[in-house]
Design a protein around this ligand. Structure first.
Ligand SMILES: Nc1ncnc2c1ncn2[C@@H]1O[C@H](COP(=O)(O)OP(=O)(O)OP(=O)(O)O)[C@@H](O)[C@H]1O
Length: 294
């Protein structure tokens, strides 16, 4: 549905994108991750035809970005949606439906779909940030787009609204819509996207599923041991490399050494009352990927 090949964009001496190649298939949910200034918005604006690349090519189902066909296939939700505050949600969506040559009576169903049915007759000026984001999403759903480009769509949404939002994306992807969204937070993308692309200083520095990125990074797991009553000192001697954290011992374990670590713990069941294994957090993983890139 979307193919970028060796895409570069410079602003004066600033390289915003440096030879980025990627693709998004129909029905695929792809997340673009990166720090502030990594190039995410620039990439999206190029895909939408709002800017022209210095080098490289973009194809949307074989069409050039910004062409009439490409525009009709694509929907966009900008990072900061700004709508006229004195219009109601319903008036606004009716307006956009008319602009797209569609029946304005479809507005209520669209607002219902994004959870704004009850607020449809209220003025947007009185909406919360999350509600304005949802109006933006309703607007992006007009015309059943084949490609949705969503710039930090979940910023300002509370956890329940985020969950609802990703459920809606699942539904759209299930109907074959290709989705490219940007985010700062790896932690919110777990199980919600098919592929993650990490941009750093305009370059694509990592690509894969979350599980694949975890495997590539091979970050150590944390192991927490709790001693049997009165056995704390003996346990610390048995695991001399451990750090004492309150009433538990903390060890670090490389992924290939997991089984050996379990055997070692089981061998000291006379000292160990309980243990926990915790994989590296998504924030650790992201810090590792972006740190390595820098
Ligand atoms: N119109 C512009 N003129 C000059 N420089 C720009 C322009 N747009 C973007 N840049 C620069 O290009 C780089 C990438 O910016 P971009 O907005 O694409 O990053 P981003 O990943 O979307 O960041 P954020 O997460 O903060 O939205 C930055 O260094 C930015 O300053």
């Amino acid at each position: 549905m979307l193919t970028l090949t060796d895409l570069s964009k410079r602003f004066g001496s600033q390289t915003a994108l440096d030879a980025v190649s990627l693709s998004v298939s129909a029905g695929e949910r792809v997340a673009l991750l990166g720090h502030n200034g990594a190039g995410k918005s620039t990439l999206m604006k190029l895909v939408l035809g709002l800017m022209v690349a210095d080098d490289g090519t973009i194809e949307l189902a074989g069409h050039a970005p910004g062409s009439a066909v490409a525009r009709s296939l694509t929907a966009y939700l900008p990072e900061n949606v700004a709508f006229h505050p004195s219009l109601t949600g319903r008036e606004l969506i009716r307006h956009y439906l008319r602009l797209r040559g569609q029946d304005p009576r479809g507005a209520d169903a669209l607002l219902e779909r994004v959870g704004l049915g009850a607020a449809a007759r209220r003025r947007i000026g009185g909406y919360s940030k999350g509600m304005r984001q949802r109006v933006g999403l309703a607007q992006a759903l007009i015309g059943a787009p084949r490609l949705m480009v969503l710039d930090e769509p979940t910023s300002g949404l509370d956890p329940i609204s985020r969950r609802d939002f990703y459920a809606l994306l699942d539904e759209l992807a299930g109907q074959g819509t290709a989705i490219l969204l940007s985010s700062h937070a790896l932690s919110e993308l777990e199980a919600r996207t098919d592929r993650i692309l990490v941009l750093s200083q305009g370059r694509l520095v990592a690509e894969g599923t979350l599980a694949g990125l975890r495997r590539q990074a091979a970050l150590p797991l944390s192991v927490f041991l709790r001693a049997r009553p009165g056995q704390g000192a003996a346990l610390a001697i048995a695991f001399p490399e451990a750090m004492v954290e309150g009433d538990v011992l903390r060890l670090s374990c490389a992924p290939p050494d997991k089984l050996a670590m379990l055997e070692r713990i089981a061998a000291r069941r006379d000292l160990v009352a309980d243990f926990d294994l915790s994989p590296p957090s998504l924030d650790d993983l992201y810090a590792h990927i972006s740190g390595r890139a820098a």
